[in-house]
Structure formats: C-alpha cells, structure tokens
Design a protein around this ligand. Structure first.
Ligand code: UD1
Length: 429
C-alpha cells in the first residue's frame, strides 16, 4: 500500500490551485438520477470517492462520459463528467458499494422520487461516530414515502409519488437537507424545510437543481421552500471550489510560514476558519481569483474553537486546526459538537510529540516547541491530512501509512504541496 513521506522544515511559497468540492460533486452526481436527460458537471475533482460513486451510479444504469481536456486546461482543471440516467435498470444500491462511501446512501431520494421505489443498503463511510440516517428517513416519510428496514437494507416505496410537506429537522443535517431537497423537487405541491443546513454545498446543489427546472427558494438560509414539478431536465453546472481543501492548505501555510496564493477559490466560503487563522497569526490577503495566506516571522497564537454547522467553524477542518495548534505559543481548547469520536487523530499527533488532553467533547492542546517525525497511520480522511500538516514542520521524516484515506478527499496533494517547496513524496507499494 502507498505511503507518504514528508521531511519537515520547509516553508511553503507559491501557488496552489483548489479543486472542485468533493462534498458538492457527490450530491450533484446523485442528482443526475432525477432526470432522463444529460447532466454535465464541470470542475469535478479527481478523487477516489468520485470514481466509486460513478461505479455505484453505473450499477443503477447511469451512463457517464468523462470528456477530454480543452485547450488551455491544465492538470488542475477539474474533469467534466456527463451523466445520463435515461434508462435506470436497477433501483437497488448494494451493501458492497454503499458500505464504502456513506454519501452514496443519498441515491435513495432521487430513486424513490422518480421511480417510486428504492432499496438501498444502510451506509458505511468514515468511522467517526455512529452517523445514523434516521433524519433522512424522517424527511422521506414526511414526503409520503413508506420506509421499511430489512436485512441491512432500507426499502422505500411511494407508488403514488411523493407529496409536499413540512419537514422540520430537530438538528442541522447536511445529508438530511440534501435528501429532502432532492426528493421534494419531484413531489406534488410545496415542501418547506425548516432548520435546513446552510452549507455552500447545499446552495450549489440547489443552484444546479434550479437549472434542471426545479423551483427552489431559500437555499443558504434556514428555510428552504421547494415547489414540486412533474419532471426535471438536463443542465450544465460547474462545481464550486472545495472550502475544506482551501482551509487545509491555508492551515498548512500558517503552520510552515511562507506566502501562498490559493487560487480558483473564494474566501467567503470559509469565513470562520479564516477568521480563526487571522487570530492565530496568519495574514489573509484577498486576490482576484482567491486569496493569499502569509505568515512571516511571528509565532502562532493559541485560539479556542468550537465546531458548528455553517457558517460556523467546520468539523472537517477540526483535525487540521488541532495540528496547527500543536505549535502555538500556549494552550488552545478545541470543542467538537458535530460528531462524537472525531478525535482519533489525537493519539496519532501525540506520536509526533504533540501534547493534547481530551476532556469530554473538547481537546486541550498545549503548544510545543517542536514536533518530531515518526511513522504514523492515517485513521480517516480529515485526520490523515492533519498528519500531513504536522509532518510539514516535524523534525526529520514522517511517514504516513494508509494514504487511501487521503486519496478519498484530496486531489494531487503531494504535487500541490511539493510545488510550493514541501519535501513530500509518495512511496508506492
Ligand atoms: C457532511 C459531509 C461531512 C461533514 C458533515 C458535517 C458530505 C459528503 N459529507 O456529512 O464531510 O463532516 O456534513 O459538516 O457532504 N445525524 C443524525 N441523523 C441523521 C443524519 C445526521 O443524527 O439522519 C447527525 C450526525 O450523526 C451528525 C450530525 O447529524 O452528528 C450532522 O451530520 P450531517 O450534517 O448529516 O453530516 P453528513 O451529511 O453525513
């Protein structure tokens, strides 16, 4: 299995192009099941999860073509994928496929909305907490879907179609909001989604659905209103920039020092994370097609952080920020409120010399003078990239095993970092 070796100590300087957002690309690809016409998605990142979802959609009968590069495009320009769900042959999503990626469970919404039935395995995915699907099923039930669970599968039936309804989420859920919106687009009448997630990826999905003929207002607010239509049509949509990848590289630069332009991205996608980085001592300088992150000279200051739904500090940047705080001049407190059990990186960071104490849903990080390289094992997607950030400043070599976690979410990570001066390489086999 591949591993990544980092020799710490180099500053980062240069330009890092940001890819399309994984967490938008996945629901957008799933939305292709809502229509028999072609959905063309641009700026899709080249990631293992995208490839896996193509296989899952292919199993339902969705055709896809990946178009070649156009003149002037570089290796960083995301791929264009055309998806066509004109002849869906199977409304079952099997365990072997769904278990590998939790988000693939969301196919249940377009399948039952368009075909009146779906049989989808209960999901797997990153081992962070229990991650139930009760709220997704509640949303579907509100829309008139009959839901039963049998031998590890959710069987959803709506022979007479879906009916608009009010869906009030007791807690903010990205997956629940995606599922509710997708299903409601083809329901008869109006659906009102209260306490909806406001993540930019929800807005991106709704933008695309509107291009496909859906009638949606309020995306990006707590209340989304969907007026159902009889059918949707094809569209062309460009996936928005990945705010988690953006924040991850911003933290890497804050960690090593230097000056890096993050391009093809937007600072307004991660307001709280950039605010926290400024407090920690990094400069954020807006540029035409992104922003620069700079830290020259001064040390890192400790900052307390609490993860929250958007626009709060993202849980998907919590591990990376913790890595950064291991080198701050003082103690910071990081509270995780979205997922239980999302502190698996703590023990691994400790192998590099980090001083972190867990206290319920919080971690107290005491900054240390130096980290030292060591062999470490990646535990999940975001945790594994926190090890990269720590490795960039650790003395000596850090070797990260199980990098398939990284490949699920970070496109061309070694290439992007090494072009800015990091000493990082992938060792195959
Ligand atoms: C998405 C993101 C993930 C991110 C998370 C929170 C994708 C592909 N994944 O995950 O990277 O970390 O948002 O920003 O977009 N919950 C329930 N019942 C449910 C559904 C969720 O209790 O039916 C709970 C979860 O266990 C969790 C919280 O709600 O504690 C938030 O989960 P949710 O927002 O749905 O996360 P995901 O959509 O799975």
């Amino acid at each position: 299995m591949d591993r990544i070796r980092i020799t710490g100590g180099a500053e980062l300087n240069g330009t890092i192009p940001i890819s399309g957002a994984k967490n938008a690309a996945l629901p957008l690809m799933i939305a292709s099941l809502l229509t028999g016409e072609a959905l063309e998605l641009r700026n899709v990142p080249r990631l293992a999860d995208v490839g896996l979802l193509l296989r899952i959609l292919g199993n339902h009968g969705v055709d896809h073509t990946v178009t070649g590069k156009r003149p002037g495009q570089t290796a960083e320009t995301g791929q264009t994928i055309r998806l066509g769900a004109s002849s869906v042959i199977d409304t079952t999503a099997p365990y072997e496929l769904v278990a590998k990626m939790r988000a693939s469970f969301w196919v249940i919404a377009p399948l039952v909305a368009r075909f009146g039935e779906a049989k989808v395995s209960l999901p797997g995915g990153c081992a962070i907490g229990t991650r139930p699907v009760d709220l997704l099923l509640m949303a579907l039930t509100r829309l008139g879907v009959e839901v039963a669970i049998d031998a590890g599968y959710v069987i959803a039936k709506a022979p007479k179609g879906l009916k608009g309804a009010e869906i009030d989420f007791p807690k903010v859920t990205v997956s629940g909001t995606h599922v509710a919106v997708m299903a409601a687009t083809l329901a008869e009448g109006q659906t009102i989604i209260e306490n909806a997630a406001r993540e930019p990826e929800i807005v991106d999905l709704c933008d695309c659905l509107v291009k496909m003929g859906a009638r949606i207002t309020g995306a990006g607010t707590r209340r989304i209103v969907v007026d159902g239509v009889a059918r949707l049509h094809g569209a062309v949509h460009t996936v928005l920039p990945d705010r988690i990848e953006t924040g991850t590289y911003a933290m890497a630069v804050a960690m090593t020092g230097g000056d890096v332009l993050l391009e093809n991205t937007r600072a307004d996608l991660l307001p709280s994370a950039l605010d926290v980085l400024r407090q920690a001592g990094a400069e954020i300088i807006p540029e035409r097609d992104g922003f620069r992150v700079r830290r020259n000279g001064g040390g890192l200051r400790p900052v307390d952080v609490v993860t929250d739904p958007y626009p709060g500090f993202p849980t998907d940047l919590q591990a990376q920020f913790m890595a950064l705080m291991t080198r701050a001049g003082g103690t910071s407190r990081i509270r995780e409120t979205i997922f239980e059990n999302r502190f698996m990186h703590v023990q691994v960071l400790a192998r590099l010399g980090a001083q972190i104490r867990l206290d319920g849903d919080a971690a107290l990080v005491e900054g240390v003078e130096r980290l030292t390289g060591a062999p470490v094992m990646a535990t999940d997607l975001r945790a594994s990239v926190s090890l990269v950030i720590a490795g960039l400043v650790a003395e000596g070599d850090t070797e990260i095993h199980r990098v398939y976690h990284l490949d699920r979410g970070f496109e061309a990570l070694e290439a992007k970092l090494s072009r800015c001066g990091a000493r990082i390489e992938r060792i195959s086999g």
